[in-house]
Design a protein around this ligand. Sequence first.
Ligand code: PEP
Length: 253
Amino acid sequence: MRLPIIAGNWKMNTTVEQAIELVQEMRGRLDKVEGVEKVLCPPFISLSAVGELIGSSSIRLGAQNLYFEEKGAYTGEVSPLMLVGLCEYVILGHSERRHYFVETDEMVNLKVKAALKVGLKPILCVGERLEENEAGKTEEVVTRQVKGALAGIAPSEGLVVAYEPVWAIGSGKAATEEQANTTIGLIRHILSQLYGEQFSQAIRIQYGGSVTSANIAEFVAQPEIDGALVGGASLIATEFLGIVEQTAKAKRG
Ligand code: PEP
């Protein structure tokens, strides 16, 4: 049985003050939900404050990116070593980074390696763009991204994969649960080719793209879907709580 994982990607939203308010609003109820791993991914500058607020609760912390070098003349970047002790997870290869910051599969691969080297757990994002989906290239794109990101990397149980079709992110137009389940099944198959069946069955694969408290139950009812990476809805305390609570309910059966 894989423990479902719901992660909130706050993206470039919230000042430190607003991040504190948001966590204060949800931490009590969030902490109480059992049977789901709950991860908050605020902007870098709020990691410390949010970390202090969640303290030793059951809520986990993640960053939204890192640079693959350990230190040096890379103005504005954050190294893996700087995140050690601050957070447990790190989102890598998000489609917004691939698109706006021109991150390639090779860069994502270096980032996954760098994260694992220091014990951070990557939430590796993959997903096809609309035109790729319409051209029937979903399988090809996702296979290339997964294999590219994991090239030369030994199996690591800390790995989480998020399947996020780009056309579903922030669009209000989520994939159907069947579509998501099929592609996540494909990702699991790729993982089994790379690392063996046992490993692929243990790895958690999330769906991401316009998840809300109104549609999460349908996604997590699918056998391959182990939770969600949530953008917009993670900025609204009641929504994020609803998503986490419904996941716990659905997975309890
Ligand atoms: C995301 O950015 O990872 C995401 C899934 O965003 P949203 O939930 O807003 O579609």
